[in-house]
Design a protein around this ligand. Structure first.
Ligand code: UDP
Ligand code: MG
Length: 311
C-alpha cells in the first residue's frame, strides 16, 4: 500500500498585513510543496486594510490556501487558537505573516518532527533589545519557573511546529486567558529548539508595544500561578508582626522609660505604609477576580465571519 506523505498545516495570523501576505504565502508554498501535502490557514484577525481583497486573489492561485476571517480584532493569541482548531495536519506550524520568520527553518522543523520530536520551536538569536528589557525578561521567566513550575525557554515564541498530539492537547484547553507560551510549556511533549535569526518585516511595524507585552506577561503570571496571592498574605502577616512589635516598643517607652512618644509622625508613616500595602493587595486580588470574571462568562475566544477556500 502506498503511504501518503504527511499533511502539514501552516497557521498564519495576520492583522493588517496585506502588503506582506503574497510574499509570505508564496515563499512557504514553494518551499514546502515538494516535501509534503500542505494546507495554509490564513487567519485574518479583523484587518482593516486590503487583506480580504488580497486573500481572495491568493485563493485563486493557491489551492492549499484556506482563508478565515475573524469578525474583529481578537488578538494574536485568539487568531492562533482559531487556526489550531481548524488545522487538520499531522503537524501544525505557526508562522507570522510579516515575513520575520524565515521559511527555510521550516524544513529543519519538519526534519526534527520526522525524527520524533513532538514540538519544535524557533529560538530567536541576536535580538536588538536594551539591557533593561533583557533583565526584565530574565526575571520574568525565572518567576514563571519558580512560581508556576512552567519552564518557558527564553526567546522562544509562537514560531514553532506542533505534532497532532500537542495540537489536540492544546485544543482541549478551553480557558479564555490564552498565554500561549505558557500553554505550550504546560502541555509538554518531547521538544527541540532550533535557533533562527528573525528577518526584517516585509512592511509595516510591530503591533506589540511595551504596554501590550506587560499585560501579556501579567496574564501569564496570574494565569499560571496563585503565588502572588500567597505573597500578599505573607506580606500582610509580616507587616502585622512589625506593627505589633512597634506597639510593644511604644508601650515600653511610655511606661518604663517614661519618654513622651511623638504621635503624629508615627501615625502618618504607619497609615501611609498600610494604605500602600492594602492597595497593592487589593490590586493583586483584583487581577485574579478580573480573570475569574473573564473565565465565567465563557464567551467564545473568537468569532468567524467568513471562511473560504478553493474547494
Ligand atoms: N497579529 C495578529 N493580531 C494582532 C496583532 C498581531 O494576528 O492583534 C499578527 C501579525 O499580523 C503578525 C504576528 O501576529 O503576523 C506578529 O505580530 P507583530 O509582527 O506585530 O509582532 P512582533 O513581530 O513584534 O512579535
Ligand atoms: Mg513581527
Amino acid at each position: 500500500m502506498m503511504q501518503l506523505s504527511p499533511l502539514v498545516s501552516i497557521v498564519i495570523p495576520a492583522y493588517n498585513e496585506a502588503a506582506s501576505l503574497r510574499q509570505t504565502i508564496s515563499e512557504v508554498a514553494q518551499l514546502l510543496l515538494p516535501h509534503c501535502r500542505l494546507e495554509i490557514l490564513l487567519v485574518d484577525d479583523g484587518s482593516t486594510d486590503s487583506t480580504t481583497l488580497v486573500a481572495h486573489q491568493l485563493i485563486q492561485e493557491f489551492d492549499c490556501l484556506i482563508y478565515i476571517r475573524l469578525s474583529r480584532n481578537f488578538g494574536k493569541e485568539a487568531a492562533l487558537t482559531a487556526g489550531l482548531h481548524r488545522a487538520k495536519g499531522d503537524a501544525v506550524i505557526m508562522l507570522d505573516a510579516d515575513g520575520q520568520h524565515p521559511p527555510e527553518v521550516l524544513l529543519t522543523f519538519i526534519r526534527l518532527w520526522r525524527e520524533g520530536y513532538e514540538t519544535v520551536y524557533g529560538v530567536q538569536e541576536q535580538r536588538d533589545e536594551t539591557g533593561i528589557v533583557k533583565i526584565a525578561k530574565k526575571i520574568y521567566y525565572g518567576l514563571m519557573l519558580r512560581f508556576a513550575s512552567i519552564n518557558i525557554p527564553a526567546n522562544a515564541g509562537d514560531f514553532r511546529l506542533l505534532d497532532r498530539k500537542a495540537v489536540d492537547s492544546l485544543n482541549l484547553i478551553t480557558e479564555n486567558n490564552r498565554y500561549m507560551k505558557g500553554l505550550y510549556a504546560w502541555v509538554g511533549y518531547r521538544s527541540m529548539a532550533v535557533p533562527f535569526t528573525a528577518r526584517k518585516r516585509h512592511s509595516g511595524h510591530s503591533r506589540f508595544s511595551f504596554l501590550k507585552l506587560f499585560k501579556l506577561g501579567l496574564s501569564g503570571l496570574t494565569g499560571f500561578s496563585v503565588i502572588p496571592l500567597k505573597l500578599v498574605s505573607i506580606t500582610g502577616l509580616l507587616v502585622s508582626i512589625f506593627a505589633f512589635c512597634l506597639g510593644i516598643e511604644i508601650l515600653i517607652e511610655h511606661f518604663v522609660s517614661q519618654k513622651p512618644v511623638p504621635g503624629w509622625p508615627t501615625l502618618a508613616v504607619g497609615m501611609m505604609f498600610f494604605a500602600g500595602i492594602e492597595l497593592l493587595a487589593l490590586g493583586i486580588i483584583g487581577e485574579y477576580v478580573g480573570n475569574i470574571f473573564e473565565e465565567v462568562k465563557r464567551r467564545p475566544l473568537y468569532l468567524i465571519a467568513e471562511e473560504i477556500s478553493q474547494n
